[in-house]
Design a protein around this ligand. Structure first.
Ligand code: FAD
Length: 485
């Protein structure tokens, strides 16, 4: 059985930020492109659970792919965010020093930044630091300001990229796991959980699954291990308490534990960085919280544990080389690896996409521009509209007047739009609209969102899931009632 009879020019495996960015990049050209994802929705891997920082590139070792693609990716963000209407802000990165030893190390970081091509890096003394961020610990002795650092809502970006790629002709197949790959008569025959696909080129953007997918063509040139990061989100009432993303001096394992203002006005604390033995180990822990809270309280003494509204963890797909592993496989140059994409993969993704498009061209793929390419992704966010615009909108579609998530001000119209945009689960709606992300964490709006999912997708109550098979929200004897608005 074939998933599609059409032979694809490029099959992209994995719909995270990397696969999404590449799908959108390739949709500029006259190509048949398919993006396949094993989960029931896009952005359900590492790309939904990270710090959401658009890194400046000051942390990456000069000469590495990480350094090159992070700095380039960072520069691509402003235009990308505007075209896709993605929640992004250039809030600046502050690296702070707690003592004289750390102060001396700041100059190494400045040099690294300069080698990576950064401009505008400023060294700040204690008073300048206080003026910029009055709620930082007054004992911090100084810091570095890197103005190009930013923040983004990572899953919003993935949805923007994939939706725009689809607008421009890319086919998306979710719930489709690649299980086996054969090379026959100059094409790949890809066996998935939902049927076969033929493709001339494959890009392996499978995140934690990248080494396994590489193994499907007999390529065992790299390995992937998982490094877990726990993150804790604080109430939006703290909006503006900290404006820049606050970094300590980096450790050999990571950029350290951070205080991160989010685009939506929350503050996030984290992440930890600990190697774990399983690709499913996504728990958060008392030990993780203690490590994060103790450390960040040293940077921002006013933080309160009672402001935590939720926590989550994500797994960095770290490669054995320490750098991104991007390039054609030695087994078959029509198969491009994009593995080991740990931090700063979110930042680098738009630049990785351009780089991989070049690699595909080097491998013989013809890239002919499509005149009809539309770079824009339109989106309605009621909360961000002026009163006049809201009034105009609800006259046309009254569902935008019915606020379902009161914490985050999300309307029924946006929830129905999210389902049209591809959401099939409670999490899919939540990540697309923010419904359930506020102080009450969905206590109020979840039943209504479930009812709308049932109506739009013709589901029975027990078929509504949190995030796909095995996560049903309702069990047992359910009484079917007529739906009520
Ligand atoms: C705690 C934490 C904090 C981070 N913070 C930042 C940050 O602030 N800034 C930054 O730049 N980076 C950050 N990162 C890194 C960043 O999140 C990742 O680099 C990025 O999300 C990787 O994207 P990806 O598309 O490669 O992987 P993923 O998002 O994991 O996508 C890969 C997809 O492939 C799918 N897949 C796997 N196997 C198969 C198969 N056989 N068939 C079909 N589909 C398959 C998976 O289901 C998955 O959806 C952080 C990471 C973590 C864990």
């Amino acid at each position: 059985m074939f998933l599609t009879e059409t032979e694809m020019d490029v099959l992209i495996i994995g719909a995270g930020v990397v696969g999404g960015a590449l799908a959108r990049e390739l949709s500029r050209y006259q190509l048949q492109v398919m993006l396949v994802e094993k989960e029931v929705d896009v952005a359900f891997g590492t790309s939904k659970a990270n710090s959401g920082i658009v890194h400046s590139g000051i942390h990456d070792h000069p000469g590495t792919l990480k350094a090159k693609l992070c700095v380039k990716g960072n520069r691509l963000y402003p235009q990308l965010a505007e075209e896709l209407d993605v929640l992004y802000k250039q809030n600046g990165t502050l690296v702070v020093a707690r003592n004289e030893d750390e102060w001396k190390l700041l100059s190494e970081l400045v040099n690294q930044g300069l080698q990576n091509g950064l401009t505008g890096v400023q060294v700040l003394g204690r008073d300048e630091l206080r003026r910029l961020e009055p709620n930082l610990n007054p004992e911090l002795i100084g810091g570095l300001l890197v103005p190009s650092g930013g923040i983004v809502v990572p899953f919003d970006l993935v949805y923007g990229l994939v939706e725009n790629a689809i607008t421009n002709g890319v086919q998306l197949a979710v719930g489709t796991e690649v299980q086996q790959i054969q090379w026959e008569s100059s094409q790949f025959i890809v066996h998935t959980s939902r049927g076969m696909v033929k493709a001339r080129y494959i890009v392996n953007a499978a995140g934690l699954g990248a080494a396994k997918v590489a193994g499907m063509i007999g390529d065992e040139s790299f390995t992937i291990y998982a490094r877990k990061g726990e993150e804790y989100l604080l109430d939006r009432k703290l909006e503006g308490y900290i404006k820049h993303t606050i970094f300590p001096l980096p450790t050999p394992e990571s950029k350290g534990i951070l205080v991160i203002p989010t685009v939506e006005g929350n503050i996030m604390l984290g992440p930890t960085a600990h190697r774990v033995g399983s690709f499913d180990e996504l728990s958060t822990s008392a030990a993780g919280w203690d490590e994060i809270f103790r450390f960040t309280k040293g940077l921002v003494p006013g933080l309160q544990a009672s402001d935590v509204i939720t926590s989550f963890s994500g797994l960095r797909a770290a490669g054995n080389t320490g750098d991104f592993i991007i390039g054609p496989s030695e087994k078959n140059f029509h198969f491009i690896h994009v593995g080991g994409i740990d931090s700063p993969g979110l930042t680098a993704a738009p630049a990785i996409a351009q780089y991989v498009a070049e690699l595909l061209e080097d491998a013989g793929l013809q890239l002919e521009h499509k005149r009809s390419f539309n770079p824009l992704r339109p989106l309605i966010r009621v909360r961000d509209l002026s009163l006049e615009d809201r009034n105009r909108l609800v006259v046309k579609r009254p569902a935008y007047a019915n606020i379902v998530c009161r914490c985050e001000m999300v309307s029924e119209g946006e929830i129905r739009d999210a389902i049209l945009r591809g959401a099939t689960t409670l999490d899919g709606v939540k990540l697309r609209t923010r419904s359930g992300m506020g102080r009450c964490q969905g206590g109020f709006c979840s039943p209504t969102v479930m009812r709308i999912l049932m109506e739009e997708l013709k589901l029975k109550p027990e078929e509504v899931t949190k995030n796909g098979p095995g996560s049903s929200l309702l069990f047992g004897n359910l009484r079917n009632r007529p739906s009520q608005s």
